[in-house]
Design a protein around this ligand. Structure first.
Ligand code: GRG
Length: 297
């Protein structure tokens, strides 16, 4: 056990809760991810770049809403952020989306080289799984379920399949249902896991939570696609308008901005209805989800 053993039962509401949670996951990552060789150095480079930490924040907020001690969540939050960061590192490679800027700084393969980016991404996967397995704050059998669920989320029927479909659709037609499914697989599932993991630990089976997870996950990608069309590279810290250039079939590209905004409006009101149904309108999770729908970066 390292220095990081901070039990937190309730997130203070009189402070900047986002800064508090970012700090929590960053400290955990700092403590457990050392740079002892070139690949680890590259991993630290990717992880310390200024990401929004959306997935760890969601994990902590859902846990707080379920009255779970955040100490059960620290290694999950770090593991999810590591997997998300690996997906960005590999996504930026020339054989994928070919991006030279990520999180406002040179992508990993530009700062180091392509081999280092492939290997760092590979190592980040085993690092994340190791972190989850070593979570002593969740009992053994439940932790096995958490790890199994995580592996199917990120594997060849989950996030990887989403990425493969994203590439496949560059050269073939896809309908609305297929595009939304691709959004859910590529981006949504990892965000859904940020709800599912605390639900599993709390043994909470309310179906409202699952629907909320699904719409927040898909909406996150739809907003990302809209920002790619509208926002500047300087503000987003990555190249924009690239989907159009590469003939990517994303939702706004195919069905227009107006239809995307109207779908997002529908998802936003549905999530607020669900949050109200679960008596969470005053909870900071509600504030955070509404901010995600409004995000400009
Ligand atoms: C295995 C070769 C190989 C590649 C894997 C899995 C994969 C590549 C890519 C996953 C697809 C992907 C990159 C989805 C990204 C979705 C998305 C909206 C990313 C941006 O997330 P933010 O805005 O980023 O949370 P920050 O930088 O703030 O963390």
């Amino acid at each position: 056990m390292g220095k990081h053993n901070l039990s937190t039962k309730i997130i203070p509401t009189n402070i900047d809760y986002q800064a508090f949670l970012h700090d929590r996951v960053n400290k955990y990552l700092e403590e457990y991810v050392a740079s002892n060789n070139k690949i680890e150095e590259a991993i630290v480079y990717a992880l310390t770049a200024p990401g929004k930490r959306v997935r760890p924040t969601l994990l902590y907020l859902v846990s707080d809403a379920l009255s779970l001690d955040l100490i059960k969540i620290d290694s999950i939050a770090a593991a999810v952020e590591i997997i998300h960061t690996y997906s960005l590192v590999h996504d930026d490679l020339p054989c994928m989306d070919d991006d030279e800027i990520r999180r406002g700084q040179p992508s990993l393969h530009i700062k180091y080289d392509e081999a280092a980016a492939v290997l760092a991404g590979d190592a980040m996967q085993s690092m994340a799984i190791e972190m989850l397995i070593n979570n002593n704050f969740v009992d053994g059998q439940r932790n096995i379920e958490l790890v199994k669920n995580f592996l199917s989320t990120i594997g060849s029927k989950g996030m990887i399949l989403g990425q493969a479909l994203d590439i496949e659709y560059e050269s073939r037609e896809a309908d609305e249902k297929e595009i939304l499914m691709m959004c859910e697989l590529k981006t949504g599932l990892l965000i859904e896991y940020c709800f599912h993991a605390p639900l599993m630990i709390a043994n909470e089976k309310n179906e409202h939570w699952k629907r909320l997870a699904k719409i927040v996950g898909i909406s996150f990608q739809l907003i990302d696609d809209l920002l790619d069309l509208k926002q500047s590279s300087e503000i987003l810290g990555k190249k924009t308008q690239k989907d159009k250039l590469k003939n990517k079939k994303n939702y706004p590209q195919m069905f227009g901005e107006e239809k995307t905004l109207s779908l997002l409006k529908k998802y936003k009101s549905e999530s607020n209805l669900i949050l109200a149904e679960m008596n969470l309108e005053e909870h900071i999770l509600c504030d955070y989800i509404n901010n995600l729908f409004k995000r400009k970066v």
